[in-house]
Ligand binder design. Structure first.
Ligand code: DOR
Length: 448
């Protein structure tokens, strides 16, 4: 008797952990149930994906969706809609909302707000503060928690753990990998005078490479002391990449499509404050070193650092402008264009947005096309040419730094636990995103 599936993806070019292969994928109850020739199988739905690549669902492990708080920039519905329109199936959302996500109540509030409104699966980071350091070991175990995020330098919002004593205290409470925004607060304060009013080219002069390197070195040395794994977010300098390549046992590494794609001073001359983010986009020497670190395997994951702000806010005039740009919707197309340009392989891209997050964050059932894993797929047409435009951006702020950029390689389908939520650019079904489960907190999450 032939098997029965809810969905069969037929004739795709499937990126499995063991290689790229022309095959079918069968889905049952939201999980991958079979990989192989399924010609005779019965299926409630069949999608012929001949000519398309079937990737494991892309996981964006750094987004800011602004809810609760400054929802005039974005909210959980609009941000997650942007995610699935761009081929992203799961996100880790950051705690610098208002109020910040620094308690169990604040985390539960986000989970409640997400239910029935988020289009993709999700987990929320708990923000570290000097006050909640002792509680973090419990907070990081809560269902739906992505772990702990620590800002060592001030950015958007109020979260800050600046000095070694408090950084160490945070690292000594809990077990999961701590995600870190590494810019040295003392150096940032000392150099504030270097900001030139009206000139965002001075942004990377103020928040220089040394500020990032200093903080990265400090957090790695404190992590070694506390025997705690850390994850250095949005690494923006070649110097940090060189340093982190010697600490792969304790520190994992994220970079962003922005740091791989934009370059100073050109991006500031063309985009002004719309290219302003923390840590900043730097010159070609750093960008090329980040690419070298991607190719050498030093980088573990890509996060978009999707950080929407309105045009009105961005038009205020530097330095009264907030830092950050949208990115969750453009991560896949921008990176597929880099694949087509020969800058990385498709397998390496999948490693950075699926296998890598699964491996370093211990995601349960996500990030691999393998039997038993969730049926999350990013289905892409590697040959499709599209021009990214502001009007395509679903984020509430409605702009992208990549407006007008023509890319080759485009997401045509987003499938979350067996349900297509985007096909050919159209949103499908309803918002059924669910909290992510992690291996390290699985038992506490299930109450056993
Ligand atoms: O550019 C940034 N924007 N960097 C951050 O660290 C925060 C983010 C935001 O939330 O706006």
């Amino acid at each position: 008797m032939s098997e029965t599936f809810d969905l069969v993806l037929k004739n795709g070019t499937v990126v499995t952990p063991w290689g790229i292969t022309a095959t079918d994928v069968g889905v049952r109850n939201g999980r991958i149930a079979a990989i192989g020739a399924l010609g005779s199988a019965k299926a409630a739905a069949v999608r012929d994906v001949r000519g398309l690549h079937v990737l494991p669902g892309a996981i964006d492990s750094q987004v800011h969706f602004r809810e609760p708080g400054p929802t005039h920039k974005e909210d959980l519905e609009t941000g997650s809609r942007a995610a699935v329109l761009g081929g992203v199936t799961s996100v880790f959302e950051m705690p610098n909302t208002a109020p910040p996500t620094t308690s169990a109540d604040a985390l539960n509030e986000k989970l409640t707000r997400a239910r029935g409104r988020m289009w993709c699966d999700h987990a929320f980071y708990v923000g570290a503060t000097p006050e909640n350091a002792e509680a973090l070991g419990d907070l990081e175990k809560l269902p739906g928690a992505a772990g702990v995020k620590m800002f060592m330098g001030s950015s958007t919002g109020t979260l800050l753990v600046a000095d070694d004593e408090h950084v160490e205290r945070v690292l000594r409470h809990g077990r999961r990998r701590v995600a870190v925004h590494a810019e040295d607060e003392t150096r940032l304060n000392e150099r504030k005078g270097l900001r030139v009013p009206g000139d965002p080219r001075s942004h990377p002069v103020w928040r220089d490479a040394e500020a990032a390197l200093l903080a990265t070195k400090r957090v790695v040395s404190l992590a070694l002391k506390a025997a705690r794994r850390v994850h250095v977010l949005h690494v923006s300098t070649g110097d940090e990449m060189a340093f982190l390549s010697h600490h792969k046992d304790i520190a994992t590494v994220e970079t962003t499509p922005n740091h791989l794609t934009l370059v100073a001073p050109e991006c500031y001359e063309r985009l002004g404050t719309y290219a302003q983010m923390n840590p900043p986009v730097r010159d070609a020497v750093h960008r090329d070193a980040i690419w070298a670190a991607v190719r050498a395997g030093v980088v573990d994951v890509l996060g978009s650092d999707h950080a929407p702000h309105t045009r009105e806010e961005k038009d205020k005039g530097y330095p009264d402008t907030p830092s950050g740009m949208t990115g969750v919707q453009t991560l896949v197309p921008i990176m597929l264009d880099h694949v087509n340009a020969g800058r990385l392989s498709l397998e390496r891209f999948v490693d950075l947005v699926a296998h890598g997050p699964q491996r370093i964050f211990g995601l349960a059932n996500k990030g691999r096309i393998a039997v038993g894993f969730d049926a999350d797929f990013t289905i892409v047409d590697m040959k499709a040419k599209h021009t990214i435009e502001n009007k395509w951006i679903a984020s509430r702020c409605g702009w992208t730094p990549f407006d007008g950029v023509t890319v080759t390689g485009w997401p045509v389908g987003t499938i979350v636990r067996g349900e297509a939520v985007m096909w050919d650019g159209a949103l499908l079904g309803t918002a059924r995103g669910a909290p992510l489960a992690f291996l390290e907190t699985f038992r506490s999450a299930n109450g056993c």
